[in-house]
Design a protein around this ligand. Structure first.
Ligand code: DAH
Length: 344
C-alpha cells in the first residue's frame, strides 16, 4: 500500500508540475485529494491491515496528501504570479511618452463676428431680435415699401417657395415683425443677425446663402445724426480707433433718405490702393431713415415717430477684418481655413 501511495504521489506531483492552468490544478486537487480520489480509495482498504501497519500507512497517506497539496498550491501560486506579471506588462503605461494633443475645435469666424458685433450693440443698449428664414412676400418685400411690381425687387434675386412664400433675401423683414409686436409704441432698438438667401451664382464675392445683421431704432425725435453717432462708435469699436466714416447718398425703398456707410481704408490709410479701388474708402453697409410708409404699415405713427435702420453683410465684415479674399471659404468647411480662427 505504501508503494501504491508513493506511486500516486509521484504521479500527482508530475501532473501538477506539468499543469499550465489554474483549472487543471483544481481538477488535480479534486481527483487526487477528493473523497472519490485514489488516495481515499487506498485508505479505505486500511481495515484489512494489521494494527502494526495501520498507523504507518495512515502516516504515509497523510504525508502524500500534504505533499501533493503543497505542490499543487505552490504551482497555483506560480501560475497566479505569472498571470499577474503578464497582466501588468500588458497594461503598463510609459509615463515619459509625450501626451497626445487634444484636437480642439474653434468657433466659426462668422459666429465670432456676429458675437463681436452683437456685443458692441448690446453695449449701446440694443437687444437682439430674430425672425424666420422662410418668409412671406409681405414681410420680405411689401411691408418694406416694395410692392409687387416694384423694380427694386430685381436687386434681390429670390428663391420663391410658392407665390407667397420665399427664403428671405434680407433680414429687413424682422424690422416689420418687431415693430408690429410693439403695437405702435416706441422705443424700438434692435439688431437682428441671421441667414439670408439669394439666387446668385457663387463666386469670390457672392454666395447663395449668407448672413446679415439688421439694425432698427424707432422713437420720438430720432434723427440722422443719431444714426451717424451710432456708426461712429460701432466702426471704432469693430475696426479700430483710427478709422473714419463717411455717409454717401444711396437708395433703398424702405428708407428715405438712404445712405451707404463707408469706412476709411485700413490698408492705405485713405491714400488709395487696390483694396479700396483707389478711393480711400470701403463700403460696409446700407442705412437710412425709416420710410414713413414702413412705419405706418407696421403700426407706428410717422408724425410722432421717426427711426433709422441699417443692414450689413457679416461675411463682408469678416473678410475686411481678417483679410479673407473669397467668401466661399466660410462655407466649404476646410479645416485648414477654420483652424486659423482658434482662440489661444
Ligand atoms: N436690406 C438691404 C439689403 O439687403 C440692406 C439694408 C439697407 C438694410 C438699408 C437696411 C437699410 O435696414 O436701412 O441690401
Amino acid at each position: 500500500m505504501i508503494d501504491r501511495l508513493q506511486q500516486l504521489k509521484d504521479e500527482a506531483i508530475t501532473k501538477a508540475n506539468e499543469a499550465t492552468t489554474i483549472k487543471e490544478l483544481k481538477d488535480l486537487r479534486v481527483s487526487y485529494l477528493g473523497k472519490k480520489g485514489p488516495i481515499t480509495e487506498v485508505l479505505k482498504g486500511m481495515g484489512k491491515l494489521s494494527a502494526d501497519e495501520r498507523p504507518k500507512v495512515g502516516q504515509a497517506a497523510n504525508e502524500v496528501r500534504e505533499a501533493v497539496a503543497t505542490v499543487i498550491e505552490e504551482k497555483e501560486q506560480k501560475l497566479e504570479e505569472a498571470a499577474l506579471t503578464e497582466k501588468l506588462k500588458s497594461e503598463s503605461i510609459d509615463v515619459t511618452l509625450p501626451g497626445r494633443p487634444i484636437n480642439k475645435g474653434s468657433r466659426h469666424p462668422l459666429t465670432s463676428v456676429v458675437e463681436t458685433i452683437e456685443d458692441i450693440f448690446i453695449g449701446m443698449g440694443f437687444t437682439v431680435a430674430e425672425g424666420p428664414e422662410v418668409e412671406t412676400d409681405y414681410y420680405n418685400f411689401e411691408s418694406l415699401n416694395l410692392p409687387k411690381d416694384h423694380p427694386a425687387r430685381d436687386m434681390q434675386d429670390t428663391f420663391f417657395i410658392t407665390n407667397d412664400l420665399l427664403l428671405r433675401t434680407q433680414t429687413s423683414p424682422v424690422q416689420t415683425r418687431t415693430m408690429e409686436k410693439h403695437e405702435g409704441r416706441g422705443p424700438v432698438k434692435i439688431i437682428c443677425p441671421g441667414k439670408v438667401y439669394r439666387r446668385d451664382e457663387d463666386d469670390a464675392t457672392h454666395s447663395h446663402q449668407f448672413m446679415q445683421i439688421e439694425g432698427l431704432v424707432v422713437d420720438e425725435g430720432i434723427r440722422m445724426s443719431d444714426l451717424k453717432g451710432i456708426f461712429e462708435q460701432f466702426v471704432k469699436k469693430y475696426f479700430g480707433e483710427g478709422r473714419e466714416i463717411r455717409l454717401r447718398p444711396s437708395f433703398f425703398p424702405f428708407t428715405e433718405p438712404s445712405a451707404e456707410l463707408d469706412v476709411s481704408c485700413a490698408i492705405c490709410g485713405g491714400d488709395g490702393c487696390r483694396t479700396c479701388k483707389q478711393t480711400g474708402w470701403i463700403e460696409v453697409l446700407g442705412s437710412g431713415m425709416v420710410h414713413p410708409n414702413v412705419l405706418r404699415m407696421s403700426g407706428f405713427d410717422p408724425e410722432k415717430y421717426t427711426g433709422f435702420a441699417f443692414g450689413m453683410g457679416v461675411e463682408r465684415f469678416a473678410m475686411l477684418k481678417y483679410g479673407v479674399d473669397d467668401i466661399r471659404h466660410f462655407y466649404t468647411n476646410d479645416t485648414r481655413f477654420l483652424s486659423q480662427f482658434k482662440r489661444v
